[in-house]
Design a protein around this ligand. Structure first.
Ligand SMILES: [Cu+2]
Length: 186
């Protein structure tokens, strides 16, 4: 372990001696690291959108489907409502149960259905509602650490560009379900 003899703040000359380019590089790296942290901090501190114009994003009818044996990814479906006067964007998410959370859409090309990741996120128009559902936009829980079992409530945190984090619980439905339980009349 390196022993720092004096407080670095009292030694600005030492930093300058390292070369301005190097310092700038270090600052840039620090900023990159600080950005996600500050974004998380502001969202969790207030629990409110960072911009008033964005309004309060709400997420409804969040659900998922139980996984088949050997299935290591699961879809998450939900309805996002943006009552604000400015568009927002779903940019990602996290879930304790999955190593990665991605935003997907289903593409139909040449009669072949395939999933595509939306790396730029998904726009939620001002005053608009976007429904994520099987066969359309959806959240993908990648590399599941455990299977999704019916009846479970699986926590998922969504991240929006303006509104910050929104936490939901996915109600896990049986394989083949087309919607959350309350939509069915079995
Ligand atoms: Cu997918």
């Amino acid at each position: 372990m390196t022993v720092i003899p004096r407080c670095p703040q009292r030694q600005p000359k030492a930093a300058v001696a390292a070369g301005p380019r190097r310092v700038a590089k270090a600052i840039a790296a620090a900023l990159v690291l600080a950005l996600p942290l500050s974004a998380c901090g502001s969202a969790s501190n207030t629990g409110a959108p960072t911009e008033a114009a964005a309004g309060r994003i709400t997420v409804e009818r969040a659900w998922s489907r139980e996984t088949a044996p050997g299935q290591d990814a699961g879809g998450a479906f939900l309805t996002i409502v943006n009552p604000g006067s400015a568009p927002d964007r779903l940019i990602g998410g996290t879930a304790p149960i999955a190593d990665d959370v991605q935003i997907h859409m289903v593409d139909m090309t040449g009669g072949v259905m395939r999933m595509r990741q939306l790396t730029e996120g998904l726009e939620i128009p001002a005053g608009g509602t976007v429904t994520l559902k099987p066969g359309g936009y959806h959240i993908m829980l990648m590399d599941l650490q455990q299977p999704l079992d019916r009846g479970e409530a699986v926590p998922l945190t969504l991240e929006f560009e303006n509104a910050g984090r929104v936490e939901v619980n996915l109600a896990v439905q049986p394989i083949g379900a087309a919607g959350p339980e309350e939509a069915h009349h079995d």
